[in-house]
Write a protein that binds this ligand. Structure first.
Ligand code: GTP
Ligand code: MG
Length: 203
């Protein structure tokens, strides 16, 4: 897919106020600092589109970006950032959960996993919750540039093996680096094919 346009549309603290035109929507979730906002910039080829930061907890709202005026990419706040106070944490968790469970046009949730780490309990529990609620998702391993090919393969395999303990079928997964653009073509191609399937299903 060629990105012809990528525009910020709106930020919301409530899923009910998100765009209501029903265009297919792909949202990014994962631990704070895993690289969600950076990935949006990499996929769209627009560096400052989504706000990134080396300090975790930067994104605090549901942010809609219109891509080619055909579909949305959505940047969400991260989960599991320990330095937030309890009420702030709860507010964000409710915002995220309501969006994921109630947003009808959510086509796929991309769960971002830091490829440098061993499987983390918080990510596994989150994925389990998605399963319980039948939320369609795919996995994106991030920051692949930060480790050797061997170490990357080992970590990805470990994560997939852990998932296989619970899931009969693995979700689609992608290995990415926002720094060097790795995984961009694959993800955009996948989104394009899902959008086509949706179009055909509603035609
Ligand atoms: P929150 O909004 O706080 O939840 O974080 P986020 O998941 O949106 O992370 P963000 O994109 O802001 O990136 C966090 C940090 O990781 C920034 O310093 C990025 O430059 C860095 N980063 C993100 N992706 C990559 C990557 O693929 N490679 C490298 N080397 N650094 C990355
Ligand atoms: Mg962010």
């Amino acid at each position: 897919m060629t990105i012809k346009s990528a525009e910020f549309v709106i930020s919301n603290s409530d899923y009910r106020k998100c765009p209501s035109d029903g265009k297919p929507e792909y949202a990014l979730i994962g631990r704070s600092n895993v690289g969600k906002s950076s990935l949006i910039n990499m996929l769209t080829g627009k560096k400052g589109l989504a706000m990134t930061s080396s300090t975790p907890g930067k994104t605090l709202l549901i942010n809609h970006f219109a891509i080619n005026n055909e579909w949305y990419m959505v940047d969400l706040p991260g989960y599991g950032y320990a330095k937030r106070n309890k009420s702030q944490q709860e507010t964000l968790e409710t915002l995220i959960a309501d969006y994921i469970l109630e947003r009808e046009s959510l086509t796929c949730l991309f769960v971002l996993i830091d490829s440098r780490l061993e499987p983390q309990r918080i990510d596994l529990e989150f994925i389990e919750w998605l399963g319980e609620n039948q939320v369609p998702f795919a996995i994106i391993f991030t920051k692949a540039d930060k480790l050797s090919h061997g170490a990357l393969t080992v970590n990805v395999q470990k994560f997939l093996d852990t998932l296989k303990e619970e899931w009969e079928e693995l979700p689609p997964y992608f290995i990415t680096s926002s720094l060097i653009g790795q995984g961009r073509d694959e993800i955009l191609k996948w989104i394009e094919s899902v959008n086509k399937d949706l179009e055909n299903a509603t035609a």
